[in-house]
Design a protein around this ligand. Structure first.
Ligand code: 8YV
Length: 327
């Protein structure tokens, strides 16, 4: 039988995924689950045929400099690949794959949870109740904002953006979106979605903004300080995509100044560091990057990693190749 490829996995993955990987490949697991240091990462790319990294591994040109001749595939555990220099990898003949599709619904669920949490002050209320602060009901106490009938502006109408739109429509939200191009007429009709070619114009008219684009050079600080100022003071900003898409410091300043009603963030510009200004604000609902954190999604993501490696091992093109021009 042919030699099994050496697959180095950078983090602890769900048990069934690790078991299957051990069966199929010459798999080296990370038994500590501590994020790899740059030195460990450089050592891994030097020795592996396949690297299975996660978002906590910054695979830039400098790390790829250390790649051995045998490294042929970087099978990322996750959809976003902004932590990997895909062009530099491809230039060395290394294919990069990701895990799209299997975390769509769970990330969309968490997005709706954040919309609800911010608009209805769920975390604030829960904190008050737990702290013994529920001393009696009052007509004007802890009022939030109605969701039904409001305008939701989705930035990035890919798989996750559309899954958010579907759910939001069921909650009576009006769907608006900005994307490089409009969705197909069939989907636009299903979602009753209004396309805004101009992001600036959409921002000025929305009650809720939710970010669902990948982080690329083109979307870095897409919500810049200037654009954030276009939002109305009653607006809510949600981000379950990547922190770098929003100027987080400008967002925190606006929220502190009362120029926004609230924010719901699952991702941060300098992850895992959260802007200390945000931490102090009761109308900021902050989560530690939980979008795809369900048992089901994490197992499915692992299975996708396995399929991508297995397909490559069998001499075919892996299904989830990342094409830089399509990001
Ligand atoms: C993961 C994500 O938690 O898939 C993504 O892009 O952000 C999350 O699902 C993480 O990236 C896994 O590497």
């Amino acid at each position: 039988a042919a030699r099994k490829p050496k697959v180095i996995v950078t983090r602890k993955l769900p048990d069934p995924v690790e078991t299957r990987m051990r069966e199929l490949f010459d798999t080296e697991l990370n038994l500590t689950d501590a994020p790899m240091t740059r030195q460990q990462l450089a050592d891994a790319v030097a020795r592996a045929d396949v690297l299975a990294p996660t978002i906590t591994d910054k695979i830039d040109a400098a790390v790829l400099e250390k790649a051995g001749e045998r490294l042929k595939l970087i099978a990322n555990f996750g959809a976003g690949v902004d932590h990997i220099d895909v062009d530099a990898a491809n230039a060395r003949g290394i294919t990069v794959t990701n895990t799209p599709g299997v975390l769509t619904e769970d990330t969309a669920d968490l997005t709706l949870a954040l919309i609800m949490a911010v608009a209805r002050r769920i975390v604030e209320g829960a904190d008050v109740a737990r702290a013994g602060g529920f001393t009696g009901w009052a007509p004007t106490w802890m009022m939030g904002r109605r969701i039904t009938g409001k305008r939701l502006g989705i930035i990035g109408m890919g798989r996750i953006g559309q899954a958010v739109a579907r759910r939001a429509k069921a909650f009576g939200l009006q769907i608006h979106y900005h994307n490089r191009k409009p969705v197909s007429p069939r989907i636009a009709e299903e979602l009753e979605a209004t396309y805004w070619e101009s992001l600036d114009q959409m921002l000025a008219r929305m009650d809720i903004i939710s970010v669902h684009s990948p982080h690329t050079p083109a979307t870095y600080h897409l919500l810049s300080a200037r654009r954030l100022k276009l939002l109305q003071p009653h607006a809510i900003v949600i981000n379950t995509a990547r922190g770098e898409i929003i100027d987080e410091n400008a967002l925190a300043d606006m929220l502190a100044a009362g120029a926004l009603a609230g924010v719901g963030l699952d991702v941060f510009e300098f992850e895992p560091v959260i802007n200390p200004k945000l931490v102090k604000l009761p109308n900021a609902v902050l989560l530690p990057h939980l979008g795809s954190a369900t048992i089901e999604a994490r197992i499915d993501m692992g299975e996708k990693v396995i399929i991508n490696i297995k397909t490559w091992m069998d001499g075919h093109k892996p299904p989830d190749r990342v094409i830089p021009s399509m990001l």
